[in-house]
Ligand binder design. Structure first.
Ligand SMILES: C[S@@+](CC[C@H](N)C(=O)[O-])C[C@H]1O[C@@H](n2cnc3c(N)ncnc32)[C@H](O)[C@@H]1O
Length: 268
């Protein structure tokens, strides 16, 4: 039997991911996560509508915020099944007029997309940490945006990942993450995590000025565990978490403990 590739694994997860993301229990987590990223994305959006790449889009997320604001979006993912569902969803949700194309392409090799052809590229939900070569992926995101354009990525935080594994008594996996940055996810694929310093270096090595490195929902896990989901159902707890996550997003100590890190760069 041939071994399943990462693409096969994502293909197999596409339908259940959409259903899971749409469950009521994920609604508050998704709202917190999206707000945490959007407060950095929104101020850097091109005025008057621009061309924006949503890379590693899965079943589509940011397109639903971008198209209503007048931006033209290109969706891409290396999983044909994710792209099939994303295309269905944009039709169903009435935003397909603002979507130029849906491409099945690997983030490490986007040669079908022209150089300097986007105002902004979003690679959120960690496709850079999930691909074979994070440096190539960031170089590709940098290549396709115009000079002065912006790239946003989020990634798992290496030392926090090790802590979470150790809390689960998985010391071998914790050591592996600390040594190599790599870990095996529940879905069976390998993902990479990075320190805040390594994330900055990835961007600067590709010729980008780093504008922000920020903690995204710092006290939560990705995906959240059932206890965290239950806590977020309480209105007071939700509001308090939201307030803390906003106020401390760029505090260096908070960045170090956050499970997920957001980076924003500008092509210079
Ligand atoms: C956790 S999902 C995030 C999806 C979406 N961006 C979101 O935030 O909801 C990660 C996505 O990255 C995609 N992905 C993983 N490796 C990739 C690669 N090498 N090239 C392009 N997409 C990739 C997967 O197919 C999956 O859709």
């Amino acid at each position: 039997m041939t071994e399943k590739t990462a693409r096969d694994l994502w293909d197999a997860r596409a339908a259940s991911r959409l259903t899971f993301m749409q469950t009521k229990k994920m609604a508050r987590f998704n709202a917190l996560y999206e707000e945490a990223c959007w407060r950095f994305i929104e101020p850097l959006l091109p005025g008057g509508g621009g061309r924006i790449l949503e890379a590693g889009c899965g079943t589509g997320r940011w397109v639903y915020r971008l198209v209503p604001l007048g931006h033209r979006v290109v969706l891409s993912d290396f999983s044909p099944e994710m792209i099939r569902i994303a295309s269905e969803q944009i039709d169903e949700q009435g935003v397909s007029d603002g979507v130029e194309a849906c491409h099945v392409i690997d983030i490490c090799d986007m040669h079908t997309l022209a150089d300097e052809s986007f105002d902004m590229a979003l690679a959120l939900g960690t496709p850079v940490g999930l691909c074979d070569n994070p440096h190539k992926a960031v170089a590709e995101l940098h290549r396709v945006i115009k000079q002065g354009g912006f790239v946003f990525c989020d990634m798992a935080n290496q030392y926090r990942k090790a802590l979470d594994l150790a809390k689960n008594d998985d010391w071998a996996a914790a050591a592996e993450v600390l040594d190599s940055g790599k870990s095996q996810s529940n879905g069976g694929f390998v993902s990479r995590s990075f320190t805040p310093k390594k994330i900055r270096e990835l961007f600067t090595a590709c010729g980008m000025e780093v504008l922000h490195v920020a903690a995204v929902c710092p006290f939560l896990s990705f995906p959240p565990n059932p206890e965290q989901v239950a806590v977020l159902e309480n209105d007071e707890s939700y509001a308090a978490a939201r307030d803390i996550f906003h106020r401390f997003a760029e505090t260096p100590e908070m960045i170090h403990v956050s499970a997920r890190l957001l980076i924003a760069g500008r092509k210079i």
